[in-house]
Write a protein that binds this ligand. Structure first.
Ligand SMILES: Cc1cc2nc3c(=O)[nH]c(=O)nc-3n(C[C@H](O)[C@H](O)[C@H](O)COP(=O)(O)OP(=O)(O)OC[C@H]3O[C@@H](n4cnc5c(N)ncnc54)[C@H](O)[C@@H]3O)c2cc1C
Length: 474
């Protein structure tokens, strides 16, 4: 009887996970293992940590959930600490493994790790890699990823017309694992990471794991019946249901995009099919687009001049950057969003576009600092989605137009009653909504009347943002 190691990475699920499904089908005994690798945390790029408290907590919960799902099927999740290329060959020897099954991902660090593991394993251990992170399988793309278009719309149209989404794969019913020390899922303290703050203003409690991810989909799509209005609400800022909030579960692989797509199709069959229901699939195509762009361009996505080699002079002003990161710029819409991110690990898509544009367009600060900060803070950080969207916003990625967001008019449009800003900046909640987004216009007398002193209760703006937009708008 053969034995297969199953190395879990960003695929912490059993439903629609061909890696474990194929391993169970091929081997009598499987050894599901997660390696807590020190290189996934600690100091990353540009002074930010690679892994902040929100995502660390989410991953811990995801591992606990995966372990209990495996135990329900008679198996176990083995957790080991160390470098994957050391841990996995040792384990392979200990259990006499014939095969190693694992997820493969497009990003450079992940690929490097995979190659090192393969090199460190004895030659008689066959390595089986499975592509499980996207809606469309890489092998089903009409054009090989090396030569796909760099622009979203033509790429999307070709894929929609010429490719099909594969059927999700069922979770294994029974899993046979050997008797070994299961190993502890390390606490955050053991990883030297602080506990994340808890804040009741957060849009959702983001509990990690496949069970919590499925529960979120059940609540959002089925019980709340929100999919029928998804496109109309997705630019919202407050509350659980203006968008799907599934990104964190997709990023850790607790949910598969194909399974989610299947839920959308079922909803369309059983309830309603309209532009809004399609739009969730459209957004999943954006996600796929960045994944395949990463396959194509690799490490170029992390360079200053990006995949298009755009020469721009970026400011390297640490003090200004810190004000942005801390939500202390004095521009309420930016600060409210950054404070939400810092407290909860989440920010709406509208918010992300605006704070990113503020950093790169209004302040002209190195876009990679912003991307690295998001990498640390986001509960749903995904290497391709994050660096791809940042590069896009900075004008060095998949968009050749140099578009900036005017955060003041965006705030007045999307937060016209200032409810969002006043939620995250309670020091401004005495202001009439129409005064809230530009508090620098208040006279001393008005400040006294509304109970806010600029420079004391809330910062004065770090730049003359109205003049800056006049300049950018030409
Ligand atoms: C500067 C910046 C950084 C970002 N960083 C990340 C990141 O690290 N991880 C991440 O998952 N998304 C990222 N996004 C994309 C998007 O903002 C989030 O996916 C979305 O806000 C998550 O909320 P949701 O799950 O409710 O999304 P929904 O609006 O409900 O969308 C459904 C799903 O589609 C995908 N999706 C939607 N928009 C995009 C997009 N523009 N690019 C890629 N996928 C998308 C996500 O998987 C999302 O969960 C970033 C966007 C910007 C502008």
């Amino acid at each position: 009887m053969s034995t297969a190691l199953v190395w879990f990475r960003d695929d912490l699920r059993l439903t629609d996970n061909p890696t474990i499904a194929d391993a169970v089908a091929a081997a009598g005994t499987v050894v599901p293992v997660y390696v807590v690798d020190p290189r996934r945390r600690g100091e990353g790029r540009y002074g930010a940590d690679k892994l902040g408290p929100h995502r660390a907590q989410f991953r811990r919960e995801s591992l606990a959930d995966l372990r209990s799902s495996l135990r329900e099927r008679g198996g176990e999740l083995f957790v080991r600490r160390g470098r994957a290329e050391n841990v996995l060959p040792d384990l392979a020897e200990q259990v006499g493994a014939d095969m190693l099954y694992t997820q493969t991902k497009p990003a450079t660090e992940e690929r490097t790790r995979e190659h090192r593991v393969r090199a460190a394993l004895p030659d008689d251990v066959a390595v089986e890699r499975r592509w499980t992170h996207t809606l469309y399988h890489v092998a089903d793309l009409p054009t090989p990823y090396e030569s796909i278009e760099d622009t979203f719309t033509p790429w999307r149209k070709t894929v929609e017309n010429e490719a099909t989404v594969r059927e999700p794969v069922a979770a294994p019913e029974a899993v046979t694992t050997p008797t070994l020390d299961p190993g502890e899922i390390p606490t955050l303290a053991a990883l030297d990471i602080e506990e994340p703050p808890s804040d009741e203003r957060g849009v959702l409690p983001f509990n990690g794991g496949e069970s919590a991810g499925k529960k979120r989909v059940q609540e959002y799509i089925w019980e709340g019946d929100h999919l029928r209005e998804y496109k109309q609400t997705r630019n919202g800022l407050l509350g659980a249901d203006y968008s799907s909030k599934v990104a964190a579960w997709l990023a850790a692989g607790c949910l598969s995009p194909r399974w989610l797509h299947g839920e959308v199709k079922r909803y369309e069959d059983e309830r309603v099919e309209n532009e809004d229901t399609y739009w969730l699939v459209f957004e999943l195509l954006w996600r796929d687009f960045f994944q395949f762009q990463f396959c194509k361009h690799g490490g170029d996505f992390f360079t200053e001049s990006g995949i298009r080699n755009v020469d721009k002079a970026w400011e390297q002003d640490r003090t200004a950057f810190r004000r942005w990161a801390d939500g202390e710029t004095g521009v309420p819409f930016v600060d409210a969003n950054m404070r939400e991110l810092n407290r909860t690990g989440y920010m709406s898509n509208r918010g992300r576009q605006n704070v990113a544009s503020f950093l790169v367009d209004a302040l002209g600060i190195d876009w990679r600092w912003g991307a690295a900060y998001f990498e640390q803070q986001l509960v749903d950080y995904d290497v391709a989605s994050n660096w791809g969207n940042w590069a896009y916003q900075a004008g060095v990625g998949n968009d050749s137009r140099d578009n900036h967001f005017d955060v003041l008019s965006q705030a007045e449009y999307y937060d016209d009653d200032a409810a969002y800003v006043q939620t995250w900046l309670p020091e401004l909640d005495g202001l009439p909504p129409q005064e809230t987004h530009r508090p620098w216009r208040l006279s001393e007398r008005e400040q006294a009347e509304y109970g806010v002193a600029l420079g004391v209760d809330y910062p004065r703006p770090m730049l003359d943002i109205e003049a800056r937009y006049d300049e950018l708008n030409g």
